[in-house]
Design a protein around this ligand. Sequence first.
Ligand code: ATP
Length: 264
Amino acid sequence: MSAPVLELAGLTRRYAGLVAVDEVELAVQPGTVHAVIGPNGAGKTTLFNLISGIVVPSEGTIRFLGQDVTAAPPFKRAAAGMGRTFQNIRIFAEMTVLENVLTGLAPGFTGGLLAVVAMLPGLRRAEREARTRALEVLDIVGLADRAHVPAASLPYGDQRRLEIARALASAPRLILLDEPAAGMNPAETVALGALVRRIRDAGTTVLLVEHDMGFVMELSDRVTVLNFGRRIFEGAPDTVKREPTVIEAYLGPKVATRLAGVTT
Ligand code: ATP
């Protein structure tokens, strides 16, 4: 096995009397789709916030691409190649689809104020490159033909794809997707699954939190299950959906039976 993209050791976050994330160990292998599942309040969002640097751990370490980033602020993790989307859509509604993606490009890609004033040739080139890159990622998520419409005019599923495009703009090595299928209709969810596979196949490792179990089981290479902040199981989707502790803590017998029919 190659070196993990992301490695968590003993990761813990306490809130006055409550342990939201409790000594979690996790190794995300490159080129995989890795899902984190568990009941409401299991600690999934806190885990994502710890990984991206929004929340500071009480204990434990986070290694990203071999570097200890436990104390690094979010922008440094982003600059090192970590992208993310959020549970609730966060787009600039008044801006065009293309402009939204341009906001996701690494700072080095855009000129500073002085460069803007002077209109240096380097800036023009950087602008052209940024637009080319933004159009490329819009093509990847299937929104290239909507580049110039206001983001607010996109249907819900497309707004979520736009968020993914923005997170992909700076070519991250790892992308964290927080409930990407939430609120999507079945057709949108199928299209999202195909998109996540394309992202993985293009070389970006994917870590996702998701409640849609059909989506998770069909798409993921590996699944980690949290309950009350603790990792209670980890394995291939096939093993997870048959694991009695997971069925008891989260899936329930009905969902487990339905999932048993999904080939992974
Ligand atoms: P969901 O599936 O509902 O999004 P989750 O698995 O993402 O849930 P978290 O949101 O990470 O769970 O919450 C884990 C636990 O930590 C919950 O009991 C929650 O109330 C608690 N918690 C999270 N953030 C804070 C905070 N800032 N202050 C106090 N408690 C918190």
